[in-house]
Design a protein around this ligand. Sequence first.
Ligand SMILES: [Zn+2]
Ligand SMILES: [Zn+2]
Length: 346
Amino acid sequence: MKQVVLTGIKKMEMVEVAAPIITSADEVKIKLKVIGVCGSDIHYYSEGRIGSQVVEFPFPVGHECSGVIVEKGENVDNVNIGDLVVVDPSVYCGVCDQCLAGRPHTCRSNKFLGCPGQLDGCLGEYIVMPGFTCFPVTGSLNPVQAALIEPLSIGLYAVKLAALANNKQRIAIFGAGPIGLSILLKLKADGVQNIGMVEPLAYRLEKALEIGAEYGIQPNIEDVEAKVSAMNELLLDVVFEASGEQDAVDNALKILKPGGKLILVGIPPDALYTFNMDHMRRNEITVVNVRRQNGCVEEAIELVQSGKINAELMVTHQFKLEETDKAFDIVEGYKDGAIKAMITFD
Ligand SMILES: [Zn+2]
Ligand SMILES: [Zn+2]
């Protein structure tokens, strides 16, 4: 089968490899339909690592995908051959303390699709996964929508962890990439009415306003604190950080009201942030870290299927597998108005 592998920093190649085979009665073989290019794939592409997770080249990345079941082990009963499925890229053990505590996303032996040292990614024609990672969506989602469920579910989970007191809470999101926009889509679906988007790129800010952000701020040319406080005298209840930028954390702490919450979703490239403890401590700010998602796939499917969320608004580009290098190049360089690029098979 054809597979696309990273071969070095900002280098990739399409290679011919043996298709993966089912080795246990609990597994399914999936023929890929659509693969989303994620910001975390881009970290592996441009830096060769995310924190302690280092790529050994060559390596196939990719973890956001939809596909069709072409083969299944005899124990698999949640999907059938021919089903279009959403693939949850997280494979957990089910028996460790974390899994038993309802935290499979922090499973002690979690293996994640397209994560170095764990599982090969989905940038190829077929993958094999445990059946339990697959959610059938035949007839309710198209393959592009199905591949958007993974990033969308992270937005849902971030909003869940923010535990908003009501939909009148005042909110800002830093970063109008796919995760920031997924958070925005979920907040709008919940009827939240006062959301500011902070994003330096004008075309991404425009997308956020189109989705329903009440106001936008470009932190590179505007004073975030001044603009937020002019509109919200008492400052904000919750800030979602989805950019991975130190500046965003600094600004977030200035615009949160006492008792406010800072929800950290973005991945800082060098794994470090500093926090102004004067703001944090005096205002008793709660900081919440979001690790991928936990248990939000079904709700994400339902919100898209019911039309409450139009996740396809995020998609700006579609490419074929052999054009994966182009897809990564435009997403990495924020070229050509790129927000979400998808790799599709016909
Ligand atoms: Zn992702
Ligand atoms: Zn576990």
